[in-house]
Design a protein. Structure first.
Length: 104
């Protein structure tokens, strides 16, 4: 079987695939021309941020300051946690006698 026979049997399929590929490549070129520079800029920023995060190390002074801030914030956390803790009202507590809700 040579290419002419294959072409005659699969002409519609080959033209569809070729057209789809052409449309895809044209669309890719359009998107790349419109947004390519922005994508490259963002990729450069991402690379720089990753490098900066990899190289960033905390000093002992920063660690001590963070522990101090944590200690200062802990009482506020305890106060706020107790303020928002759910407390069941007495009318809805279960009775020890019958296991049902206390009615008043």
């Amino acid at each position: 079987m040579d290419f002419t026979d294959y072409w005659q049997e699969n002409k519609r399929f080959l033209v569809s695939v070729g057209s789809g590929l052409l449309v895809f490549l044209i669309g890719l070129m359009i998107v790349n021309s419109m947004y390519g520079s922005e994508v490259k800029t963002e990729q450069r920023k991402l690379t720089n941020n990753r490098r900066n995060l990899r190289d960033a190390r905390s000093t002992t002074g920063e660690l001590a300051r963070a522990k101090e801030e944590n200690g200062a914030l802990q009482p506020a956390l305890d106060t706020l946690s107790s303020a928002v803790t759910f407390v069941l009202r007495e009318a809805f507590m279960l009775s020890n006698v019958g296991g049902s809700v206390v009615k008043k």
